[in-house]
Design a protein around this ligand. Structure first.
Ligand code: SF4
Length: 296
């Protein structure tokens, strides 16, 4: 198992920081193309609560850099477009925007959060061209491979659509960072591990794992208020993570082991607000099987 921070340090010789940027895209699962309302767990911010408002990309980069560099002296960055679906829109407009970001000397790679149903031929061609300049990562949330849960969560695409998207991205040499969420209502531990097995078979270059956060203003929050279900404890989650990472391919890089949700948006579980303690519990669980510490 390898952690992203180590991989980046090895590759670039220094710590690499993320700049959270906005492309101005929306999401077809919110605007009605696929569905209205979005995934049940997604807040109005489109799973990117920290994204900057849409302004010229150069301005966004300078502002985000100033915030980080003042505290850390950081010099190299990943341009991270997290909120909504960043390949959903006009390919020409998006290519211009991403090219502007990727061409800057301080940007070492670009990471685009999106959905597997937003990868038409024009978008794939754009990604291939950008990837010829600097590495492009496409981040896609599978969240669960249980189709029943996916339906209940209004995910809006099938597992096969997801698998097909991963194959297409691999076909053009673009790296995939897959997201999984543990703790959906009704899912057993075995269901969650089956999601990991499904993902492992697709051999994503990276994974982000996280506990289901019940966020204010979401459909899930209403359901939870009406009929709360039992959430995983910190220790149960840590044990699950330890087993999950043992099922992933050796070369898959772990980008995240627990979420970074905005504290005042989180209704439950309470323990996710203390990331340090969560990581400590995960470290203990993993150390039963691995000798390296958890840092993601
Ligand atoms: S696909 Fe992403 S942005 Fe769209 S509703 Fe689901 S979580 Fe939110």
């Amino acid at each position: 198992m390898r952690y992203l921070s180590d991989v980046l340090k090895e590759k670039y010789g220094e710590k690499i920081y993320r700049l959270t940027l906005s492309s101005g895209c929306t999401c077809p699962n919110r605007d009605g193309l696929v569905a209205y309302g979005g995934c049940a767990f997604c807040s109005e911010g489109g799973s990117g609560e920290f994204a900057a408002a849409l302004r010229p990309i150069g301005e966004q980069i300078e502002e985000a850099k100033a915030l980080i560099a003042n505290k850390t002296g950081a010099k190299k960055f990943i341009a991270y477009f997290q909120a909504y679906s960043n390949t959903y829109g006009d390919a020409l407009r998006l290519e211009k925007l991403y090219q502007e970001a990727i061409s800057r000397p301080e940007i070492v790679a670009i990471s685009l959060g999106t959905r597997p149903d937003c990868l038409g031929d024009d978008i794939l061609a754009m990604l291939a061209r950008l990837n010829g300049i600097k590495p492009v990562w496409v981040e896609m949330g599978l969240q669960t491979a249980d189709e029943e849960t996916a339906k209940r969560m209004n995910r809006g695409f099938s597992d096969e659509c997801y698998a097909d998207a991963v194959r297409k991205l691999h076909g053009i040499g673009v790296e995939v960072v897959a997201h999984l969420i543990f703790g959906f209502p009704g899912e057993t531990r075995e269901d969650m591990l089956n999601s990991v097995r499904f993902l492992a078979a697709l051999r994503p270059e990276g994974v982000k794992l996280q506990m289901l956060n019940i966020l204010r203003g979401t459909r899930l929050a209403d359901e939870y208020a009406g009929s709360p279900w039992r959430l995983l404890t910190r220790e149960e989650y840590a044990d699950l993570i330890a087993e999950a990472v043992s099922l992933l391919p050796e070369e898959t890089v772990v980008h995240r082991l627990t979420g970074d949700g905005k504290r005042d948006m989180i209704i439950a579980p309470e323990w996710v607000k203390d990331k340090k303690r969560a990581l400590n519990a995960i470290r203990r669980a993993i150390s039963r099987d691995f000798s390296s510490p958890a840092r993601a």
